[in-house]
Ligand binder design. Structure first.
Ligand code: ZN
Length: 253
């Protein structure tokens, strides 16, 4: 039987008691779109102001997992901010807003959507609006500011019913390629569309990820972490409600 350190036991108890740090899911700030996944910069800044005013302290997913795995110390009122998809505004808008508040986030990238440079920037139409994505230099700048980079797969395919070879490619290969670019291990994964299956979770774990987030499908467990979605127009009220509820939702689901 595996020996459990008291700190780890404490961490497990805290998670079981619903005091695992909440994880917020964002996608885009600014970016020239007005869909539910895209917040106006002013709304995002107001939410960060609210977090500051309520003494929340942002943590990266690595800090979250250090706490979860071995009871590492966290700041008071910890909250993990995450961004999916690697929109260009992660660098051009969110980075400065976070830095102005002394905050950090974890950015989950779709590896094939990250360009080698601005001249080759990846772009596509999402929900009727033209969208563009970050470059590797911008990703490195996000990291240099204290943010964490995670994988959101290779091509953003739905993985819940994917074949084994596809899972290996989307999960394992995305990890290898991002690590090659950044020169260090990547430890967190976000399921595209928050679509999960036990097979996909097993591949994520076997690929060496320490944790994976699964939106409101998250049922607990390191490879199935619950996230609260934050959407356009919800303002600080939605944030307040999400943070209040997330502590109990993590256990009740
Ligand atoms: Zn996504």
């Amino acid at each position: 039987m595996k020996f459990v350190f008291p700190n780890s036991l404490l961490a497990l108890l805290l998670v079981a008691c619903g005091s695992a740090p909440p994880i917020l899911m964002y996608h885009s700030v600014g970016g020239g779109a007005s869909d539910a996944f895209t917040l106006e910069p002013a709304e995002f800044s107001a939410q960060l102001d609210w977090l500051s005013a309520h003494q929340f302290h942002t943590i990266t997913m690595r800090q979250y997992m250090d706490f979860r795995d071995r009871g590492a110390k966290l700041p008071d009122h910890p909250v993990a901010i995450t961004f999916d998809d690697g929109f260009a505004d992660a660098y051009s808008v969110a980075r400065a807003a976070l830095a102005a508040h002394g905050m950090v986030a974890t950015f989950f990238l779709v590896e094939r959507w990250v360009a080698v440079d601005a001249a080759h920037r990846y772009a596509q139409t999402i929900l009727g609006a033209p969208r563009s994505y970050v470059t590797w230099d911008e990703v490195r700048a996000l990291e240099a500011a204290g943010n964490e980079i995670g994988s959101h797969s290779l091509t953003h395919r739905r993985l819940s019913h994917a074949a084994a070879a596809t899972l290996d490619e989307e999960i394992g290969r995305s990890k290898t390629l991002i690590e090659t670019e950044l020169g260090h291990p990547v430890s967190a994964f976000a399921f595209p569309f928050n679509a999960v299956s036990s097979a996909a979770r097993a591949v994520v774990r076997d690929a060496g990820f320490r944790g994976a987030v699964a939106g409101d499908h998250g049922m607990g467990g390191a490879m199935n972490l619950y996230r609260v979605g934050i959407y356009r127009g919800g303002g600080t009220e939605a944030l307040s409600r999400a943070l209040g509820e997330s502590w109990t939702d993590a256990v009740m689901r």
